[in-house]
Design a binder for this molecule. Structure first.
Ligand code: DGY
Length: 330
C-alpha cells in the first residue's frame, strides 16, 4: 500500500510518532540541534508532509525545493517561523497546536511574575552562594506585592485569557489591550479594556501574549517602557522580538521599570556574555512556556493528528490557513 513520506524535525513523544507511522513512512531528524536551513531543505525535498518546530524556518525558497509537500504540521501555537502566505499560495495545509498549551503557558507566566516580584531566583542563588548568615532581617529581600495589584494583559488570546484568570485568583485587577475587544470576557470576569498606553501606564505587571507579526515586531521599545511605572514588572512569554532588547536592557539597568520575567529573548538563545545576564532584576528562562509533560504530549499528539488528517485529504483539527480548503475543494 502506498504510504506518503513525512519528515519529523525533532524527537517527540513516542505515541505521537506511532500515530504518524500508522499512515506514513517516517523519517526523524536524529539530533537535538535543529537541522541547518540547507539540511532542512534537503530533508524535505522528497517529502509529502513534515512535522516541524518553531526553530525550522519555512520560506518560499525552501518550499520551491519541496515540490511534493502537501502538509506542514507545526508543534506550536506561534507561526512566525513559517511564511504562511507562501504555503497557502502552494495549497499546503499548515496545522498548529493552539489551546492545548494555554493553561501550562499561563502557569509559567505566573511562575515568572511571582519569581520576579518576590526575587525568588535571586535569593535562592544568594543562599546557595553561602550568603545566608542572618536568619531573618526585617529589611532584607523586600519585593513587590502581587495580590491586590493591577495585571495588564497585552493580547487577550487563549494564553492571555488563562493568565488573566490566574490574576483573579491572586485578587488582582485585570486590564487588557487586544486587537479585538472581548466584551463577553469583560462581562464574565470583570476585565477592563484599555488602550495599550493605558495598560502600560497603569499596570503593576504587564504580561505580553501577542503573536510575533510585522505589526508586533519590537512593539515594546523605549517609548513604551518609559510609559510603565518605575515599580512595574514586564513578563514576556510570546516571542523575544516583540520587545526591543536594547531598550529593555536600558530600562532594567537604569530603573525605568523594576524588573522583567522573560521566557523568550531576542536573540534566542541569549548569548552567555549578554549584559542582561548580569542584572539581578531579570529572570530568564529558556523558552519553556508549554514544557509540562502533559501539554507537550498533547501538542505532539495534536500535531500528529493534524499531519495525518492533512495527508489523508481530510480537514485538520487545527489549521492556520483554512483558506486552502477552498482551493483544495474540501
Ligand atoms: C509556541 O507554541 O508557540 C511555543 O513558543 C513553543 O512551545
Amino acid at each position: 500500500m502506498f504510504k506518503p513520506r513525512v519528515y519529523v524535525t525533532r524527537q517527540i513523544f513516542p505515541d505521537a510518532l506511532d500515530l504518524i507511522e500508522k499512515s506514513a513512512e517516517l523519517e526523524l531528524w536524529p539530533d537535538d540541534e535543529p537541522p541547518s536551513p540547507e539540511q532542512l531543505k534537503e530533508a524535505l525535498s522528497e517529502m509529502d508532509g513534515a512535522l516541524i518546530n518553531v526553530m525550522d524556518r519555512i520560506d518560499g525558497p525552501l518550499l520551491d525545493a519541496a515540490p511534493k509537500l502537501r502538509v506542514l504540521s507545526q508543534v506550536a501555537v506561534g507561526l512566525d517561523n513559517i511564511d504562511l502566505a507562501e504555503a497557502t499560495r502552494r495549497e499546503i495545509m499548515v496545522g498548529f497546536t493552539p489551546g492545548v498549551l494555554a493553561k501550562s503557558t499561563a502557569d509559567l507566566a505566573f511562575a515568572l511574575l511571582l519569581a520576579t516580584a518576590r526575587r525568588v531566583v535571586e535569593s535562592d542563588k544568594w543562599v546557595r552562594e553561602g550568603n545566608w548568615k542572618i536568619s531573618h532581617h526585617p529589611m532584607f529581600w523586600l519585593g513587590s506585592e502581587v495580590n491586590g495589584s493591577t495585571l495588564g494583559i497585552l493580547g487577550m488570546g487563549g494564553i492571555g485569557l488563562e493568565t488573566a484568570k490566574r490574576g483573579l485568583g491572586f485578587d488582582m485587577k485585570v486590564m487588557y489591550h487586544s486587537r479585538t475587544r472581548k466584551p463577553e470576557l469583560e462581562a464574565e470576569y470583570g476585565f477592563k479594556y484599555a488602550s495599550m498606553n493605558q495598560v502600560l501606564a497603569k499596570s503593576d505587571f504587564v504580561s505580553i501574549h501577542v503573536p510575533l507579526t510585522p505589526e508586533t515586531h519590537k512593539f515594546i521599545g523605549e517609548k513604551q517602557l518609559k510609559k510603565m511605572k518605575p515599580t512595574a514588572i514586564l513578563v514576556n512569554l510570546s516571542r523575544g522580538a516583540v520587545i526591543d532588547t536594547g531598550a529593555l536592557y536600558k530600562a532594567l539597568n537604569e530603573g525605568w521599570i523594576a524588573g522583567a520575567g522573560l521566557d523568550v529573548f531576542d536573540p534566542e538563545p541569549v548569548p552567555p556574555d549578554h549584559p542582561i545576564l548580569a542584572l539581578n532584576n531579570v529572570v530568564i528562562l529558556p523558552h519553556i512556556g508549554s514544557a509540562s509533560n502533559r501539554s507537550r504530549r498533547e501538542m505532539h499528539l495534536l500535531a500528529a493528528r493534524n499531519l495525518v488528517a492533512g495527508l489523508n485529504g481530510e480537514r485538520m483539527e487545527q489549521i492556520a490557513n483554512p483558506e486552502v480548503y477552498k482551493s483544495l475543494g474540501m
